[in-house]
Ligand binder design. Structure first.
Ligand code: FMN
Length: 185
């Protein structure tokens, strides 16, 4: 297999595009993030790599709370909008119907099938980005996206981001069951 060396690149893809919510200067604000992942299970924690200049980060640091909203693929335009325009110049608080759960400074987007309320636990300055780690305090999932009481990615239909091409994509077919198809025969 012939390979091309691209130099150092954090080329882990694809990733879900999420909307990170915070209250900044008294107003809900949302930024798109593709560099988001699970950081731990107990306590449940999520990490997001956020550039220091993001308006959303200001609210996260001020209140120690934020939300992670997982959009479905039909929200591509709104997601892209939140990834192009900064809350410093654009009021992004009116784009979505919002609700609040347990935390007062973690605005949740009703139309997103999955929402997590997070309390800020750690920040790690890594250079271009600050790694923000939040403990998930509460999780909200659309009932229509559950199968046997568990969240079902096919029903959530997340908006996948492909670093490299820069395309938004949808999930493909189910290939098999994890922790099962690899078992010794
Ligand atoms: C697909 C996509 C993914 C993005 N991922 C990130 C990310 O992971 N971290 C980040 O700091 N900015 C990311 N951005 C850029 C921010 O969303 C963008 O700068 C946004 O305008 C910041 O909004 P704010 O200043 O209101 O917080 C992404 C943008 C797009 C379109």
């Amino acid at each position: 297999m012939k390979k091309t060396m691209l130099g150092p690149d954090a080329l882990l893809f694809p990733t879900p595009s999420v909307l990170v919510g915070a209250v900044v200067d008294g107003r809900a604000n949302f930024m798109t993030a593709a560099w988001c992942g699970i950081a731990s299970s107990k306590p449940p924690a999520i990490s997001v790599a956020i550039r220091g200049e993001r308006h959303t980060l200001k609210g996260i640091l001020a209140h120690g709370e934020f939300s992670i909203n997982v959009p479905s693929s039909d929200m591509a335009e709104q997601v892209d909008f939140c990834g192009i325009y900064s809350g410093r110049k654009e009021d992004k608080s009116k784009i979505f119907d919002l609700f609040f759960g347990d935390l007062n400074h973690a605005p949740l987007i009703a139309f997103c099938p999955v929402n997590m309320e997070c309390r800020l636990r750690h920040t790690l300055d890594l250079g271009a980005h600050i790694l923000v780690v939040g403990e998930v305090i509460q999780t909200h999932v659309n009932e229509s996206c559950l199968t046997d009481g568990k969240p079902d990615a096919t029903k959530v239909d997340p908006l996948v981001y492909s670093q490299g091409t820069g395309n938004y994509q949808r999930l493909g077919e189910v290939v098999g069951k994890a922790f099962s198809i690899g078992k010794k025969k």
